[in-house]
Design a protein around this ligand. Sequence first.
Ligand code: FE2
Length: 267
Amino acid sequence: MRILFIGDVVGDRGVQMIQTYLPKLKRDLKPQATIVNGENSTPVGRGISRKIYKQLLESGADVVTMGNHTWDNKEIYEFIDDTTKLIRPANYPGKDVPGRGWTKLKVNQATLAVINLQGRVFLPPLDDPFAVADKLVTEIRKETPVIFVDFHGEVTSEKRAIALYLKGRVSAVVGTHTHVQTSDGQIIDHQTAFMTDAGMTGPAAGILGMQPASVIQRFLDQRPARYVVETSEPGIMSGCVIDVNDETGHATKIKPVLIDDAHPYDL
Ligand SMILES: [Fe+2]
C-alpha cells in the first residue's frame, strides 16, 4: 500500500494548505492511506478543534496524529473519545488518559496500524516510548505487519534510535515536531522507512510557523515572549510518501513531499 504522511499543520495557513494541496496530492500520488499530524492546527498553533479535525478529514486525512500540544485546546476532551481517527502519543503515563495512542484501518485486504509516540528529550517526561512501542508493536503484529509510527520528538538521535530499535518490526518511522524537513528519507536494511522529520505545513515566512519578531526578541534578551502564529501568504507543505509491501510489512520506497515557493507543485 501507499501511505501519504503530512507533517505538523500549523495554524490557519496550515489548514488552508491542506485544503488546497491534499486533494491534489491524493489525486496524483494515489495513496491508500493518508495520515496528517494536526497538533498545531488551531489558529494559535496549539492543539486541535473539532472543526479543524473535521476539515482535515474532509480534505482527505484518514488518521490525524498529535504530539506535545495534544491537550492545549481543551475542546479535544469533548471528541477524542468518540473517534478512532484521532490519536495522541501512546506513552502518556497514567491509566485514565483520554483517547488512544494507536489505531488501525482497513486498506483493501490489508490492515494498517498507526502509532503515535512522543520523545522524552527536551520534552515532558512521558513514559518510555521504546518500552511502549515494544509492547504495542508485539501486540499489533499478531494482526498486521503494516505499521506506521509518527514519532513526535525534538532530537535527531532519539528519532533515529527508535527507528533502528523498531527496524524490521514496523513499516515506517517518521519524525515530527521540529517543523523542519530533513533530507534523509531512507529504507533501513530494506525493511523500515525512516525520515528524521517530515517538516511542517503552514506559513513559510515565520520561524517554525511563528511570527519572527517575538521569537527573535526572546533570543536577544531571554525574556519570555508570547509566540503568535504567522499568517502571511507564502505557504509550505511538507511530508513524505511511503510504499509498503502488504505481505511483509517492509517499506520499499520513501519520497519526500515538499511544496513551497522554491518547490512549486508540479506533479
Ligand atoms: Fe510538537
